[in-house]
Design a protein around this ligand. Structure first.
Ligand code: ADP
Ligand code: MG
Length: 243
């Protein structure tokens, strides 16, 4: 809708600004880091007494926090920057298998039963394999984190003339009604050790592919995430139209 476009437009210019600021923070942060290392080296040459021990501790804290800041900035930039797409023929179910294999042990240990149903043919789209892998990984991880006492993950693919749909239905904790609208916002997380960037990255990647990500959830009964990829011919048309 127009409203959604205006909203997206606003968000995208705020992101440009934020990306600029985040990028600018890199230089002073780097300089702080170099000087912290210098100080650490100096202090290590001083006589070992309680006063130097205190200074050295304080420096360690600073060094760790600088590294943390660096990580936050790197993650943020990764989340909001459009990444160049390396478009190739991507057999979606093969890519999915790779990620499922990678997570295999973890799924088994969690007691999560995975069931893949393929309707129609095995879909092949035009996409960036690595970025699609990242989407699958984030979606699967979220499903697993929602089912910490085990459960069932039903993955299904179907397609029509225009789109390929992949759905991931879990039997996890679900999402509260009032949180549904926040899921794609940066830093929205309900987890103690979450970053709240995964779904935002997924949405960016899906949009870069001319697709969409949708979410349907009920607390207590589980969540369905649906990925919609344009069929190859549709994607080609979009690319030719300069989109
Ligand atoms: P993170 O996983 O670091 O919290 P995400 O952006 O991946 O960040 O997800 C944001 C939030 O969306 C999660 O904290 C969680 O509350 C909710 N969420 C996403 N997927 C699911 C799911 N399958 N089941 C329940 N909640 C989910
Ligand atoms: Mg996540």
């Amino acid at each position: 809708s127009t409203e959604q476009l205006i909203q997206d437009e606003k968000i995208s210019s705020i992101f440009d600004l934020a990306a600029g600021v985040a990028h600018e923070l890199g230089n002073p942060l780097n300089s702080i880091n170099i000087h912290l290392q210098l100080l650490t080296r100096q202090i290590s040459k001083m006589p070992k007494d309680p006063a130097t021990a205190k200074m050295s501790n304080a420096l360690d804290v600073c060094t760790n926090e600088v590294q943390r800041l660096d990580g936050i900035i790197a993650n943020f930039l990764q989340a909001i920057r459009p990444q160049p797409l390396d478009l190739q023929e991507a057999p979606l179910l093969d890519v999915l298998d790779e990620v499922l294999n990678f997570l295999g042990d973890e799924l088994t240990n969690l007691g999560v039963q995975v069931d893949v149903t393929v309707n129609d043919e095995a879909p092949v789209i035009l996409g960036d394999r690595n970025q699609i892998k990242q989407v699958f990984f984030n979606v699967l991880k979220n499903a697993m984190e929602a089912m910490d006492a085990g459960g069932e993950l039903r993955i299904a693919s179907r397609e029509d003339d225009e789109y390929v749909y992949l759905s991931f239905a879990d039997t996890g904790v679900g999402i509260a009604q009032e949180d549904l609208s926040k899921i794609f916002q940066p830093y929205h997380t309900t987890k103690s050790s979450g970053h709240g960037l995964g779904m935002m990255i997924c949405r960016r990647i899906m949009r870069d592919h001319g697709g969409q990500i949708g979410l349907d959830s009920r607390p207590e009964s589980g969540t369905v995430v649906t990925l919609q990829f344009p069929q190859k011919h549709r994607r080609m048309r979009l690319l030719e139209a300069g989109d």
